[in-house]
Design a protein around this ligand. Structure first.
Ligand code: ARG
Length: 588
């Protein structure tokens, strides 16, 4: 059982006995805000006061008295209005850690595994991937790994934007350009064509009509336009693959919008038949503010917020074309029918919040039971706090951003090699610069609560101290180096007994105890920063432990136990980084 669940059930049983209750109450167990007061606290006495007609402190006192008898705790005291502060017993902590070493570091498999689709990255064809897609790619990949680690069946899906209005413009624009894609870089060439065509369409209604006709031809299966489309997709995919390889990101499926083309007609018709969509000025639209009773809809299908806003969810345009919304409805149906999905996570920036709220509401109106979640995230900003742009005002390409990170990481590594605070064999410097540079970009993104915006600052993210990727890399490599110095094999599985007594040892041990719970929670709440916080705590408490508790100079059982702690910390850093999609270096 995960740590908090285990303590909670101990506390519940003790409370039931001590208070003579029929059923075990909810102890409302929480970690202590201030570790000086203890490790955990029970807040349940306050909640019981009314029912038992006693003061919370009078309820808390017998709980504190009874619970210290349990081997998990060494001290319990009543504080404030009726909290019970608890201190974990050193021996119990050591015994739990000894167990965890041989049990996947404390990670447990969920009792009810689900089939979960994670929809992430999902860039648009004929455009370079830009910084906005970076967050989706990094966060999505971490969630896939976190959820898989605890036993869910996860299907990662790159829902490419490969079927939108841009194709009419591209096809019409390519013809204008004499059928040739300009320049050496075909993807950049496509962007040039697209920009010119879209500017022209704004001024020239006849050209805009040509572009719309080309799109309609494509969507109804015209061979020539399909051939153009295939070429655009190929060009984009070959560039995307380069970026994904570099980021170490993979997908099980690459089902773009186009994959759902033959379902779109049916989707619009179904929504009209059910009375969910209505025809407005020729277009099929869902209006939430005037939605009536729909047969088969789930309760609360239309949340209050949606009832208040008037912008429609358009599933078929006036000219008969389908759009982003239509294919998203079809996608949900497909994921249930083909994958048997219980849940789908959409890792997409906050600006699309309304789209997903509308989509989820439409699915509930259709009676769709799949749990749908928008995993929103904030913007990456430049040093000026505005959306990141190049000097010429274009959005920054992901490739160039990664290049810059690697260059900066190389500069920092070289400085540190020069002053001998780092040791990397010369033939491994290239590899190290790449791993540390890309790892730093990823870690810096994941360590932020994803809902906030952040400024992209290479100097703070590529730092060997503080909460940053390189610091964790370094702390991990240090654990390996201790074993090398001890001339020991890095054990495949640790089976030693951990015994902790020193404060720095205890602080490290209590941190390590939480790993399983953190991995589970970070996946379940889609908040990878919880895992980053944990790893930073491991690195910090480990560093303090080295200072206060000699490892290689200690002897006997103490030495074995301390090496065990180093191993557990190293493995948690390694596995944690791996879950976040970050490689490690064995020697630094
Ligand atoms: N292609 C879209 C964009 O770049 C993101 C797609 C997200 N996934 C989805 N099922 N709508 O904005």
């Amino acid at each position: 059982m995960l740590l908090e669940a285990r303590l909670e059930s101990i506390a519940a049983e003790v409370m039931k006995e001590a208070l003579g209750l029929e059923e075990a109450p909810n102890p409302l167990l929480r970690p202590c805000g201030d570790p000086a007061h203890g490790d955990f606290q029970i807040n349940g006495a306050m909640a019981l006061a009314k029912r038992l007609k006693k003061s919370p402190r009078d309820i808390a006192a017998p709980i504190a008295e009874a619970i210290v008898a349990h081997p998990a705790f060494s001290a319990a005291s009543v504080a404030g209005p009726g909290f019970v502060n608890l201190t974990l017993d050193d021996g119990w902590v050591g015994a739990c850690l000894s167990e965890i070493g041989g049990a996947d570091l404390g990670i447990e498999q969920v009792a009810n595994p689900e089939t979960i689709v994670v929809d992430y990255s999902s860039p648009n064809i004929a455009k370079q991937m830009h910084v906005g897609h970076l967050r989706s790619t990094i966060i999505g990949h971490a969630l896939v790994q976190l959820l898989r680690k605890v036993g869910h069946k996860v299907i990662s899906d790159n829902h490419l934007g490969d079927w939108g209005t841009q194709f009419g413009l591209l096809i019409a624009g390519l013809r204008e350009a004499g059928g040739e894609i300009p320049g050496d870089d075909p993807l950049a060439g496509l962007e040039t064509i697209y920009k010119a065509a879209s500017a022209r369409a704004k001024e020239d209604p006849a050209f805009a009509q040509v572009a719309r006709d080309e799109l309609a031809k494509l969507q109804s299966g015209d061979e020539e336009n399909l051939a153009h489309w295939k070429r655009f997709v190929e060009i984009t995919l070959s560039s995307l693959r380069g970026v994904y390889d570099r980021l170490g990101v993979t997908f099980d499926e690459w089902l773009g919008e186009s994959a759902y083309n033959d379902r779109l007609d049916g989707v619009a018709q179904l929504l009209l038949d059910k009375g969910i969509a209505t025809i407005d000025d020729g277009a099929a639209c869902v209006f939430f503010h005037e939605m009536g009773e729909i047969e088969g809809a789930l309760p609360d299908a239309v949340p209050k917020r949606l009832r208040k806003q008037k912008s429609p969810f358009i599933v078929r345009k006036k000219d008969g074309a389908f759009n982003y919304a239509t294919s998203d409805v079809a996608t949900v149906q497909y994921r249930r029918e083909v994958f048997g999905a219980d849940r789908a996570l959409y890792v997409v920036g906050s600006p699309q919040a309304l789209h997903f709220e509308q989509l989820f509401s439409v699915m509930k109106l259709l009676g769709e039971p799949m749990r749908l979640e928008h995993i929103a995230f904030g913007q990456i900003q430049g040093a000026d706090g505005k959306v990141m742009r190049t000097r010429s005002g274009e959005s920054v390409s992901l490739g160039s951003l990664l290049d810059e990170a690697v260059a900066q990481s190389r500069r920092v590594i070289e400085e540190k090699l020069a002053d001998e605070s780092l040791r990397i064999p010369p033939e491994e410097i290239d590899h190290a610069a790449e791993v540390i540079g890309i790892g730093a970009v990823k870690y810096n993104d994941l360590m932020k609560n994803r809902t906030t915006d952040y400024r992209f600052d290479l100097e703070t993210m590529i730092s060997f101290s503080g909460n940053a990727g390189p610091y964790l890399h370094y702390q991990y490599a240090r654990t390996r180096s201790i074993f090398r110095k001890d001339e020991r094999e890095w054990p495949a599985v640790w089976d030693s007994a951990i015994e902790v007594t020193e404060p720095a040892e205890l602080a490290l041990a209590k941190t390590l105890l939480r790993f399983g719970e953190v991995v589970w929670k970070a996946g379940e709440t889609s908040l990878p920063h919880l895992l980053c916080d944990h790893m930073y705590s491991v690195a910090r408490t480990l560093s303090k432990f080295y200072t206060d508790c000699p490892v290689l100079k200690s002897e006997g059982a103490m030495r074995t136990s301390r090496l065990g702690l180093v191993w557990l910390a190293g493995r948690q850093l390694e596995v944690g980084l791996e879950l976040l999609g970050i490689d490690v270096l064995e020697q630094m």
